[in-house]
Write a protein that binds this ligand. Structure first.
Ligand code: OXD
Ligand code: MN
Length: 586
């Protein structure tokens, strides 16, 4: 237990409010983890899986009304309403604290309060930040032990500093009407109640590492982004790093763990994973932009993950993993989800724990079912994953799920234009958040649900970072793996073949390949994307690279509407970018 008086006072205050029967300080030891696993097994909260086939793995089922992030119930409680901006729900912090205080009061009676000291980033790294999460959920504790770095070294790193994020989570009754995920950026505080879903309750992840950290980054001159980080290794052993932002459930984990096509593997190309969801980026001593993954595990979407689409993710889940809301195969006590294999188990329970007959057409796993797996399990984890200095970023890639408008890949004209490209990203919605699926919405930098302050100030911060980085700034690109033909089939094969696009991107960064200038930016010449070994001909590729003026004119109207919503804080530079786009399309 820490000697930090600020931490102790805060824990005492939260305990007086929530009134747990006892308090347990989490120490990161294997013994304590085992004790909690046994307790959760005894209560049925966690189901141990086949120890031979899935050693150290557990299945957890959430409440059926609690399976995704709840954006409508997520609040930024900045003192001034203006500072939450038009993309966040704002709640006056005084009112939010008052309302939630009443909900928390006595909510841990008869339960244990767990206090988790954790570090986002490698302990001791210049990027690293400490958080404490108080929770009454063993599932949260066991998941945080996978997703973050927990233990006495974290408390040593904090010392007697008051600079830590205070996270309070209580399951309460898991009632939907009283479910709130509140962020108080000016107080370094997160209050989450009435949910048990990872994205709402593993407070180190979306709540801290994105919403609070984006605010901290703005104040302190760095960036917290919804980005994967990967390294492409060339046959000569050189490795170049790329960070890429995609909305939730658009294939970030697959891209982060990409397996090169066979002909590339034979030549000696490799891809290394540094992170699959979140990047913290700062200017390094050499002036370049450096990135770390602040997490220690993967909280990935299970459906669709299989030995072909993502063998590395599958291998990551082979031990010490928590599966949430997937199918339980009763024959051998393993797990299954749609898209894992072609043949569903016949003796099984669905994600709700009901006997499941796959022939009745119902889904066995929830579409947003998840695995929580240690990063070190990943066969392609980068040797730099734990490097406290991070990795230098050559290219930043934005991408969305667009059936038509966006070409397979294009490069922005410069940093400011790249910020424009990121700011107007749009994508079709997925099951990672509650609400309709498949609707196109603007999702700037894939951060729409995660920017902890005013989106206009966030854009300005991006522009300022570019000023600081000058000619050492990474180049900015946009990709779209999801273009479809008239029958709705994806045209680009995606997955491992996305390496072909990454190689074009990296060649551009080094000035090794020409490109065609269009109204939206630089588009590849079809001959410069290697099609050897895939079933895509040059004509199809031309189609994928096509920039359709009419579609883009409609797009510009959509951007205009979005920018109007951003209002006055929209940087003038971005308004000018939109005007130039319109002029170029005219
Ligand atoms: C996630 C998300 O869980 O973006 O990564 O929802
Ligand atoms: Mn995410």
């Amino acid at each position: 237990m820490t000697k930090n008086q600020t931490v102790l006072n805060w824990v005492n205050e939260m305990a007086a409010l929530t009134q747990p029967d006892k308090i347990l300080w989490i120490d990161g030891s294997r013994e304590q983890e085992k004790m909690l696993q046994d307790e959760a097994t005894a209560t049925g909260e966690m189901i141990p899986l086949n120890p031979e086939k899935l050693p150290g793995c557990y299945l957890h089922r959430s409440a059926i009304n609690d399976v995704a992030r709840v954006e409508a119930r997520t609040f930024i409680c900045s003192r001034e309403k203006r500072n939450a901006g038009p993309t966040n729900n704002w709640w006056d912090p005084k009112e939010a604290y008052a309302k939630l205080t009443e909900l928390y009061r006595g909510s841990m009676k008869g339960r244990t309060m767990y206090v988790i000291p954790y570090c986002m980033g490698q302990v001791g790294s210049p990027f690293a930040k400490v958080g404490y999460e108080i929770t009454d959920s063993i599932y949260v504790v066991l998941s945080m032990l996978i997703m973050t770095r927990v233990g006495p070294e974290v408390e040593d790193m904090l010392g007697d500093s008051t600079d830590f994020v205070r996270g309070l989570h209580a399951k309460a009754e898991l009632s939907e009407e009283n479910r709130y995920i509140c962020h108080f950026p000016e107080d370094n505080t997160i209050w989450s109640i009435n949910s048990g879903y990872g994205g709402n309750v593993l407070l180190g992840k979306k709540c801290f590492a994105l919403r609070i950290a984006s605010y901290q980054g703005w104040k302190e001159g760095w960036m917290a982004e919804h980005m994967l980080i990967l390294g492409v290794e060339y046959p000569d052993g050189q490795i170049k790093y790329v960070s890429a932002a995609f909305p939730s459930a658009c294939g970030k984990t697959n891209l982060a763990m990409l397996v090169p096509p066979e002909i590339y593997r034979e030549k000696g190309y490799k891809v290394w994973t540094v992170g699959d969801d979140i990047a913290w980026l700062r200017q390094g001593p050499d002036g370049r932009l450096w990135a770390v993954n602040p997490e220690n595990g993967f909280f990935g979407v299970a459906p669709g993950t299989n030995a072909k689409s993502n063998p590395n993710a599958l291998a990551s889940t082979s031990r010490n993993t928590i599966f949430t809301n997937v199918v339980q195969n009763l024959d051998d006590n393993t797990v299954w989800w749609e898209g894992m294999t072609k043949t569903p188990p016949t003796n099984a329970k669905n994600w709700k724990g009901e006997p499941w007959d796959c022939t009745d057409g119902s889904k066995g796993a929830h579409p947003n079912s998840r695995f929580t797996a240690p990063a070190k399990n990943c066969p392609c984890i980068s040797s730099e994953f734990e490097n406290p200095a991070g990795v230098p970023i050559s290219a930043i890639v934005f991408g969305g799920r667009r059936a038509k408008t966006a070409p397979l890949v294009y490069q922005s004209k410069n940093w400011a234009n790249g910020v424009f490209v990121g700011s107007v990203m749009a994508s079709e919605t997925t099951a990672a958040a509650t609400g309709a699926v498949g609707v196109v919405r603007r999702d700037p930098m894939a951060m729409l649900p995660f920017i902890g302050y005013h989106v206009g100030d966030y854009f300005q911060h991006w522009l300022d970072m570019g000023e600081k980085l000058g000619d050492k700034a990474p180049k900015i690109f946009n990709v779209n793996w999801f273009r479809t033909d008239d029958e709705g089939h994806f045209i680009w094969p995606g997955f491992g073949d996305n390496l072909r696009v990454l190689l074009w991107i990296l060649a551009r960064c080094e000035g090794k390949v020409d490109a065609r200038e269009t109204a939206i930016g630089y588009v590849p010449y079809a001959k410069d994307i290697d099609l050897d070994g895939i079933d895509v001909d040059e004509e199809t590729l031309e189609g994928l690279l096509n920039v359709d003026r009419d579609l883009w004119k409609t797009e510009a109207e959509g951007i205009e509407e979005f920018y109007a919503k951003v209002g006055d804080p929209l940087p003038k530079v971005l308004r000018a970018q939109l005007d130039s786009l319109k002029a170029a399309l005219a």
